[in-house]
Design a protein around this ligand. Structure first.
Ligand code: ATP
Length: 593
């Protein structure tokens, strides 16, 4: 009950802020509607009784009240409906904005990789409109209950037993509640299947994946698997809907029996001379309205139940993101003197039980270029995620000049870092913007963007475009589509936009580039043209599988199954008998004549 009222109040508050006049009008109209229904019943009775007596003035008065009540019901309902539709859209927009702010504003990545978070998010996304409309459902329900009360009072005037007609509301209301609970449970249980179905069907329709799927002939297989999930979801939902309909039919059947019994009872009373034909007409008229009112109440309550269900998910998301909030307050340093240290860092991804990094102790000296190497799944990217504050270690600390990252203002630290990843994103639109967002304050600074493009050896990509930095990119924006490698060059340019970062991460940012460009870029990243300026003690961290490209780094870290297996310069490590020497020899052999 408390949840119901809090849903209604929360939605009303948003609607009132969006349009105070419209919200107040809806509330007033709902009240008018409730009173007008009782007035029609009263008018029918008086009209019939006065006609029997031939009292002209009473007939006129009753007819005038009836006409006014009918007119009010018809017009108030229409206006109320139109206002509600408009307000629902506006509340829906506010809810979507809040949802986006909540998911995009969370400082870490954890929530985006948790399936329970994503399932709830997708359920809310598909129900924001219902949630936004839940308060109108409740208001219509309240208005109907008021008119129900007034009708009961009028019916009691005919015969006290007729008060019991109000009890006819109980079966439809009770059974509709059960039906709503059934549907909500089925939707929750279908969330996982829906997520998998969407993922697989998206795969079938994305051009990137479609190439491989067509060649291997597995498109039909993936489509069939997606369809199996779809069928599973549909069967479950249809079954729940059928059961819910049966509950609702049972409720209305109870109402119909009671309605007929009431009419028969009053007809009998009239035939025995204990009532007037007007009484019979009023009972028939009020009972018909009663059914409409009840139907509105049932729909309103179902909407409210769905809204309650959605808001529970919403509150869960809010609590989760609040819990994730980064509480660090220490400003990031202007320059590094000691560097970054990992002290006893252990990390396990949420929802898994195997640590990916285990008890890592590591010092990345200020002003150095550090290369991280290791086989697939060794934990290189995970290390990068911890250094950039995307996750917090379960144990141990990441210390920036002695200050734990969890105590530092994360937005400060992020403003002093830059990164390019192997799985970069393609931001379609103007080239200037695609690259410039790497340093938002200078997003429109053509000179800065031009310099970053040159540093990433992407000048040739831009020169070929019809309007250079002003050209539009991507089919969505009516521009040309670039090759994967060309997009990667622009992504690298984006990462080189920030000047003087304290940490510059290059996590396999050249995987799609030709070997010559890759070699030149790595020579630049480990030489004087490194992205992190050594005058502020900036650290350049390179992640690579190609040992030949990282040999000039000041320090090489070899990760193996989440542990630091070796540490040193290329000369030191290649002279030894360890993993680095072994992998380096294997790669060199592959290139030997
Ligand atoms: N979001 C995630 N949730 C759960 N486990 C993950 C997640 N991301 C990575 N892992 C696991 O963590 C381990 C290390 O992954 P990571 O991406 O850090 O390796 P890597 O050394 O960068 O590999 P690669 O060279 O293939 O890029 C892998 O075993 C992987 O399965």
């Amino acid at each position: 009950m408390r949840t119901d009222s809090s849903v209604v109040l929360a939605m009303l508050r948003i609607a009132y802020r969006a349009d105070a006049k419209a919200t107040t009008t809806v509330l007033v109209l709902a009240f008018i509607n409730a009173v007008a229904v009782a007035a029609t019943g009263l008018s029918v009775r008086n009209l019939s009784n006065a006609a029997g007596l031939g009292a002209e003035r009473r007939i006129l008065l009753a007819a005038a009240i009836g006409a006014l009540a009918y007119a009010l019901i018809a017009s108030a309902q229409r206006v109320q409906h139109n206002l509600q539709v408009d307000l629902t859209e506006r509340v829906d927009l506010v809810l979507c904005q809040r949802l986006n702010a909540m998911t995009a504003g969370a400082p870490t990545l954890e929530h985006l990789e948790r399936t329970d978070f994503l399932d709830r998010l997708s359920q809310i996304r598909s129900s924001t409109e219902t949630l936004a409309g839940a308060c109108w459902g409740a208001i219509s329900g309240a208005s109907s209950l008021l008119s129900l009360g007034l009708s009961a009072w009028l019916l009691a005037g005919v015969h006290p037993v007729l008060c019991a007609l109000v009890l006819l509301a109980v079966p439809p209301l009770y059974f509709s509640r059960r039906a709503s609970a059934l549907l909500a449970r089925a939707r929750d249980e279908s969330a996982e299947g829906e997520r998998r179905e969407r993922r697989l069907h998206r795969l079938c329709t994305s051009p990137g994946a479609a190439k491989e799927l067509r060649i291997s002939g597995s498109d039909q297989d993936v489509d069939r698997r997606a369809s199996d999930y779809w069928d599973g979801v549909t069967v479950r939902l249809v079954r729940a809907m059928r059961a819910a309909s049966l509950w609702q039919i049972a409720g209305w059947a109870g109402f119909a029996v009671g309605y007929l019994a009431a009419l028969a009872f009053v007809a009998d009373e009239v035939s025995q001379g204990r009532g007037t034909p007007g009484d019979l007409l009023m009972v028939a008229s009020l009972s018909a309205y009663l059914r409409t009112q009840l139907s509105t109440t049932v729909t309103g309550l179902s909407q409210l139940a769905e809204g309650r269900h959605t808001i529970r998910h919403l509150r869960w998301l809010q609590a989760h993101t609040r819990q994730q909030a980064h509480r660090g307050t220490t400003p990031a340093p202007e320059r590094l003197t000691d560097g970054i240290r990992l002290s006893g860092v252990t990390f396990t991804y949420p929802g898994t039980d195997q640590p990916v990094l285990r008890n890592v102790d590591l010092h990345l000296p200020a002003g150095s270029t550090v290369a991280v190497v290791g086989i697939n799944g060794a934990g290189k990217t995970t290390l990068v995620k911890l250094l950039t504050g995307m996750y917090e270690p379960a144990q141990g600390d990441v210390l920036v000049d002695g200050v734990p990252l969890r105590e530092m203002r994360l937005e400060d630290w992020r403003a002093r870092t830059t990164a390019a990843f192997q799985d970069f994103f393609t931001l379609e639109g103007r080239v200037l913007h695609t690259v410039g967002v790497g340093d938002v304050p200078r997003v429109d600074d053509a000179a800065a963007v031009g310099a970053a493009v040159e540093a990433a050896q992407a000048g040739e990509v831009v020169e070929r475009l019809p309007h250079g930095l002003d050209a539009m990119l991507g089919r969505t924006f009516g521009g040309p589509e670039l090759s994967h490698g060309q997009w990667q060059k622009l992504a690298l340019s984006r990462a080189l936009m920030r000047t003087g970062p304290l940490l510059a991460v290059l996590d396999e940012p050249t995987a799609a580039l030709d070997p010559q460009v890759e070699h030149e870029l790595y020579a630049q990243f480990t030489g004087p043209g490194r992205p992190a300026n050594s005058s502020v003690g900036g650290i350049t961290l390179l992640v690579s599988h190609r040992f030949s490209t990282v040999r000039t780094a000041d320090l090489i870290v070899v990760l193996d199954r989440g542990r630091v297996a070796e540490l040193g310069t290329h000369d030191e490590l290649s002279r030894g008998q360890g993993r680095y020497a072994e992998l380096y020899a294997a790669q060199s052999m592959a290139y030997a004549p």
